[in-house]
Design a protein around this ligand. Structure first.
Ligand code: ADP
Ligand code: MG
Length: 354
């Protein structure tokens, strides 16, 4: 009787440690089946343990971003030596990128494997941010901080021009309107510049692609209409097509592309937006205009920061877009014919929702 009680207490204590251990922990039996998982582990993988317990742990390896060889080496080492260790970037069940340190030990007496997982994302991101700062040249960093600093005096300039509007004569009002327009333009350049130099923090979520596109089109339609442009959407995909990504950044990409298309058609015309699957794993959003096109010798420059052919352009839209699409594992294809039109294809990987 007493023995049972001691065992019970021991078990409770153990359970407590297991559940509240600061690192992720899970047990796997000799067949590779996940037996138990603690709360911290659920948090790291962003999944309810009921969806994992009872399933093969090898499926968890699919979350790893590492090449196949590394995973194979990890499993081989584990079988051979009864312990193995790995640093890896994973994509959690909710699609967030995390950087983890995994240690697995075999417990000889019970034939169980215990895996300890430490989430080192914070450390990893810190390093990435540092790298980002290093990769922006010293001049680039300086420019970013100047851009920040310039904003405040500009706000006060704006305030004073507004005050002056009330006291000045007609000529003065006209000059002030020009000053105001120029201030607005400077603000636009600063906003876009700061957007581009900001490191992305991977705020990934699932969102409906069709919904996002119609939101963007609804927003841009009045601007298009004023220029005699109609936006025509064609869908060749299921009603539900979800993308995993940063919805806001993605919105900026399509907004900028439609804006570019509008700006390329001073005489009006149509913009065709087509959403289609390409292959099994990708979805393509094509934005095609009937505008002036892009000269062949400029085609490889359009993604460069500050490259613009417009008097009021910033040249930051496409460079930012290409960064965003890359960070989503996608790519951009451009085809253009002068005086005929341009097509931008944004190709993005489809993700399963768990
Ligand atoms: P911006 O629009 O401020 O000029 P972007 O990076 O968005 O900056 O675009 C860079 C350049 O690429 C534009 O100035 C233009 O020359 C070219 N471009 C982009 N989209 C189109 C398009 N749809 N038709 C023609 N030219 C385009
Ligand atoms: Mg643009």
């Amino acid at each position: 009787m007493k023995f049972v009680l001691v065992e019970y207490e021991y078990r409770q204590k153990f359970e407590h440690i297991f559940q509240f251990f600061s690192n992720g922990l899970f047990f796997v039996d000799k067949h590779g089946i996940v037996l138990e998982m603690n709360a911290q582990m659920e948090e790291i993988l962003q999944i309810d343990k009921n969806k994992v317990v009872g399933f093969n742990a090898l499926e968890l390896l699919d979350l790893f971003v590492n090449p196949f060889e590394t995973k194979k080496a990890f499993v081989t080492q584990l079988i051979q030596f009864g312990k193995a260790e790995l640093f890896s970037e994973i994509r959690t069940f909710l699609g967030e990128f995390k950087y983890i340190h995994v240690k697995v030990f075999k417990q000889e007496d019970t034939n169980l494997y215990l895996a300890e997982v430490h989430d080192e994302s914070e450390k990893f991101h810190m390093k990435k941010r540092l790298n980002h700062t290093e990769s922006l040249s010293t001049i680039g960093q300086l420019a970013a901080s100047i851009a920040h600093e310039i904003r405040n005096p500009m706000t006060s300039l704006k305030g004073f021009t507004q005050l002056l509007q009330q006291t000045t004569n007609e000529d003065g009002k006209r000059y002030l309107a020009v000053i105001n327009d120029e201030i607005k333009r400077m603000e636009e350049i600063l906003t876009e510049f700061l957007e581009v130099s900001k490191p992305t923090n991977n705020k990934f979520e699932y969102f409906e692609l069709k919904e996002l596109i119609s939101e963007v089109v609804n927003f841009m339609a009045p601007q298009a209409l004023m220029k005699n442009i109609e936006i025509i959407i064609t869908l060749t995909i299921d009603s539900i097509c979800k993308i995993l990504g940063d919805r806001n950044l993605m919105k900026q990409v399509f907004m900028n592309s439609i804006k570019n298309a509008i700006e390329a058609m001073p005489k009006g015309g149509n913009i065709f937006i087509t959403i289609m699957y390409t292959g099994k794993k990708d979805v393509c959003i094509e934005i095609k205009d009937q505008g002036q096109g892009i000269d062949a010798d400029q085609l490889d420059k359009i993604f460069d920061p500050f490259f613009t052919t417009k008097s009021g352009g910033t040249g930051l839209g496409l460079s930012h877009s290409s960064q965003v699409i890359k960070s989503h594992g996608g790519s951009i294809e451009v085809e253009s014919e002068v005086e005929v039109g341009t097509s931008f294809k944004f190709i993005l990987p489809l993700q399963h929702e768990f």
